[in-house]
Each structure stands twice: as C-alpha cells, then as structure tokens.
Design a protein around this ligand. Structure first.
Ligand code: NAP
Length: 281
C-alpha cells in the first residue's frame, strides 16, 4: 500500500486564499488586520523566518510591521516596545521571534504580550485557554497539524492518536488539541519505554522530536495517518523529518512530506490567528 500524500503546501495556498478573502471583507468594514513581528539580534534562521512571515502578510493583504533590533537591546527596552504594540490599535497580533539573546528572559517577554494579541499562542493564558477548551489562540504548528489531519476527511473522534514529543511549543499543545477533537491521546517522550508498542496502536501519529528516523515502518499501523513535524538535516545536508518517509509511506494511509508538509502550515496558521484577532476586535 502506498500512502496518500497530505500536501501542506497546497492546503496552505488554499487557506491563504481564504485569509485574503476575509482580509478584504474586514477592510470593507474599516478594519485592516495588522501583525507586528519583532526580531532581536541577527540569528540567520530567525531572519529567514521573519522574512517569510512578513512576505506571507504581504501576499494576503495583512498589514505588517517588522521591528528589528540589535542583539544588545535591553530586556526593559524590549518590554517597553511590546507594551507600545499592545496599546497600538493598528496591531492585532504580536510575534516576538524566538530565540531571544541570552540576556533577555524570553518567558517574561512572551508573558508581556497581551493575550488578545498572542497570535503565536505561546502565552500562558493561551495555553490555559487550550487546556480548558475556552477561546484563545492555538499555537501555530500544532494547529497546522490539526488542519492537515482534518484535510484527509478522517474524523478524529474516538481515534487513537500518539504524539511523540512533549515540548511546550509542539508536543503538549498538539496532545491537547487532539483531545479537544475527541481523540484518545497518548503522549510519548524520551523516557517512554518501547515507543513502538504505542505507535503500533495509533490511528494517528504525530512525530515532533527533532531526530531523523524516530518513526520507522515497523512502528506504524497499516493505514495510519502520519504527521511529521521534525525538521532535521540528513547526511547530505538535505531537510528531512523525524519519519523514515520512504519506508513509512508504504505502510501508512496518509503521510506528510518534509519539506512541504507541516512547515508551510505554521505561517498560514499565524495569518489565520492574526485575522481572528482582528475579527474579534
Ligand atoms: P524539543 O523542544 O527539543 O522537544 C523534543 C521532544 O522530543 C521532547 O519532548 C523529548 O522528550 C522528545 N524526544 C527526544 N528524543 C526522543 C525519543 N528518542 N523518543 C521519544 N521522544 C523523544 O523540540 P520541539 O520544539 O518540540 O520540536 C520538535 C521538532 O519539530 C524539531 O525538529 C523542530 O525543528 C521541529 N519543528 C518544526 C516546526 C515547523 O514549523 N515545521 C515548528 C516547530 C518545531 P523529553 O521531553 O523527555 O526530553
């Protein structure tokens, strides 16, 4: 059996078209959705990420401001900038690109963002809202994974989902979102004994580890949905995920590729959250 590909690039294009349409409708009501992206320092990967985020805003008609600061910016100055953005009516979403330089307490900075503008979904209030099933912003990468799973048409209700990884940014919110969708959820991590025993029972596996070949074909139940969040480099320096794609696609029912799976969805869900922030007013 060869799995069907879950094309994150195509789904992203489709969702971004919807975003652009909703932006137009909002503008007709006199609201122009705005995202502020704050970058401190010159981390090369972060520079690429913020550029892509700003470009995605431009492509969909979302107003964006990119604030770039020297790596020496003080924590107090950054907190003051976030406060100013919290108070700015033209800005509906605030994203502070991580990692921040070591002298800045990233947690304090994220907590200083107004939860109403926390479109990255990293604020404790957003995490709490997800946990309690109340309105709030879902963090973009796991939210994108939910959209990818739903795009298969498979109803998560009653399905057994196994999440590999329990980070605050991906694994834990992923598990809570799957729970919210009425899946039965198992969370695995580095101390999990016999990972394969768990994954073999899964109708849906989400791998968010950051290690190549964490999920191999012998660990996958035939027909399962496999979502690969991992971003790693293989021996040739090529981008690859946590899943042994070539072998697993012969067993799984559905699978995301890397690149072209989860990756494009993360920025798309940032746009969706920004729009929602603007719609909520
Ligand atoms: P992280 O904070 O390093 O967390 C990795 C998780 O994997 C931890 O919970 C860890 O367990 C678990 N783990 C490590 N080795 C394991 C093993 N052998 N078996 C089972 N679990 C194991 O990483 P992250 O931020 O969640 O990111 C995970 C991957 O997703 C990375 O490759 C990252 O680059 C990628 N990512 C992609 C996107 C995207 O947009 N596509 C966005 C975010 C992240 P412990 O908790 O026990 O240490």
């Amino acid at each position: 059996m060869t799995a069907q590909l879950i094309d994150g690039s195509a789904l992203s294009r489709h969702l971004r078209l919807e975003v652009a349409q909703r932006v137009t409708a909002l503008k007709l009501r006199g609201i122009s959705p705005g995202l502020a992206v704050v970058l401190v320092g010159d981390d090369p990967a972060s520079q690429v990420y913020v550029r892509n985020k700003v470009q995605a805003c431009q492509d969909t008609g979302v107003f964006s401001v990119l604030e770039k600061y020297d790596a020496n910016l003080s924590e107090a100055a950054l907190l003051a900038r976030v406060q100013a953005l919290n108070a700015d009516p033209a800005i509906h979403g605030i994203l502070v690109q991580l990692p921040l330089p070591q002298h800045i307490d990233a947690h304090r900075v994220i907590e200083s963002i107004s939860p109403a503008k926390d479109v990255d979904g990293f604020h404790v209030a957003s995490a709490g809202a997800l946990m309690t099933g109340t309105p709030g912003f879902w963090s973009c990468t796991p939210y994108g994974c939910i959209k990818l799973i739903e795009s298969t048409g498979i109803d998560l209700k009653g399905k057994h989902a196994v999440v590999i990884g329990r980070s605050n940014n991906v694994g834990k919110p992923m598990a809570l979102m799957l729970l919210q969708k009425n899946a039965t959820v198992t969370v695995c991590h580095s101390a999990t004994q016999n990972l394969k025993n768990h994954t073999l029972q899964a109708d849906v596996v989400v791998a968010a580890v950051g290690k190549r070949n964490t999920l191999t074909a012998d660990m996958v139940k035939p027909g399962a949905v496999v979502i690969d969040v991992g971003m790693n480099r293989n021996a040739l320096g090529k981008l690859c995920g946590d899943v042994d794609f070539e072998a697993v696609k012969e067993v799984a029912g559905w699978i995301t590729p890397v690149p072209g799976g989860v990756g494009p969805m993360t920025i798309t869900m940032l746009l969706v959250n920004t729009l929602e922030a603007a719609e909520r007013g």
